[in-house]
Write a new protein. Sequence first.
Length: 317
Amino acid sequence: MGTSIAQIVATNGHRVKLWNHKGDLEPLQQIKEKRENTNYLPGIELSKNIFPEPDLAKAVVGADVIFMTVPSAFIGSVAKQTAPYLSGGEVCVDVSKGMDEKSFCLITEILASALPKNKIATISGPAVAGQMVKGNFTVMNVASPDKNAALMIKKVMENKNLKLIFSDDIIGVELAGSFKNVYAIVMGICDGLKIATNTKAVLFVTALQEMGQLVEKMGGKLETVYGLAGLGDMLGTGMAVASRNRRLGEFLAQGLSLDKAVAKVGQVVEGVPATRILNSLSKKYKIKMPLADTIYKIVFGKVAPKLGMENFLKNLK
């Protein structure tokens, strides 16, 4: 996703520095030598306006907009590392979305805490990186307490193939953008178990109902759940063949353990920690979420995928 956003902004005529952590510098070297991120976006010729930069300070100094596309579990530490090099005038965009598993703070709250002088925003919607980078038409929400920050993001990202629609519901956009990953896992489980589209449609509806209850309880808006960041992103992530969360579910349904399924996906699967968080929040707010509970039990090996789905469908009300 980081490379995909870099490509979009770069082809819009902007100079983009692309950073990655020290443990995974190979893609930066590939881009420098071949103009291609062979590991994560093979076959895409990248713009010459993208400049791979392994040094974090050099990557962010002088930037107007910084897209934080690292996994949510690491975004706090990366933001703290970034803070000393920022002037405070930059717009920092959360692309990871969601919550911190330990503190239950929204990622945007973590960014605001680490970068108190900066304007914070988030983007979310049906945006599969491999499709977006090829120019397939995409629409997402951009949410921020500061509308000027959202306008800056629209300015650098929008083109004929990508549109951003403003939302003032940063809570709903963050939560929906995170928890759709959980329900995308069950769509993969359906694929692995050869469950028909009729049944998957029922699960989509149930997922929206569950997510809507929680988002409203936590201060977000129901309309956000039924919009781009919720329904839109859930459909995109749940149906896309390349989706990491959907693939994880498919591998679990084939009998792989969680560790082996994650290893086979080969990238961070945000739906795994999000499943734990969703399970905890349903208990905290005393909301019945039987589908989320079923996904939790399957993901963490408490019930076999086939039996878990049979029990859920049998008790559906």
